[in-house]
Design a protein around this ligand. Sequence first.
Ligand code: CTP
Ligand code: CA
Length: 224
Amino acid sequence: LLAGPDGRELAGRKAVVTAGPTFEPIDPVRGLTNRSSGKQGYAIAAALAARGAEVTLVSGPTGLPVPVGVTRIDVETAMQMKAATEAALPADIAVLSAAVADWRVDTVAGGKIKKAPGGPPTLALIENPDILAGIAKPGPKRPKLVIGFAAETTDLEANARSKLSRKGCDWIVGNDVSADVFGADGNTVLLVTRDGADAWPRLTKTEVAARLADRIADHFSPKA
Ligand code: CTP
Ligand code: CA
């Protein structure tokens, strides 16, 4: 019943996708952020919606347009991204592709920090919560399929596999970021699951999204 007509294999399924960087303020004019264009996550949200899923895209600042058929929630910080992602549950599918800042400034200055003769300020950082690990935790609200990303410069498979078990997710989309990827239209992916790993050829981010959405659809309604 859930399988839709041709090309709408994910009709009736709900998905939450995170994308883009987070921005952690230091003071009213400065902040810490991560490198991420958001292109891959946006393409995944679009591909899931094109297959009929009801998609909520929780996005950090990217400047990208909202994909067709997708509901976007705009956030800035990791704490806001976590709250918005959890508010989008229950969902069948979670694809957490955002480049979440690992740390935030412990005490955000209320006014602009001025240059002073004593030298630069020391920023005390605290760790942000792991949104993916929280979503993947066993419980009634856990999506049936939880997919994380791992951007690595070395040992892609080993790092991706250790993230898979540490975070408790079902699949990891491993990204080789030693090659040109940030802001680029191409991506080289290793899809790591509990059963194995599948190296994809270099594809455009749109093609990666289509292939991932097809794998997701197949996971829910395997083709005979
Ligand atoms: N992630 C998350 N919340 C965080 C950090 C990461 O949800 N606070 C998610 C990312 O969206 C991604 C996956 O976890 O899907 C892996 O992110 P990554 O930065 O590679 O993992 P970390 O555990 O932060 O490890 P590292 O020390 O390599 O940065
Ligand atoms: Ca990280």
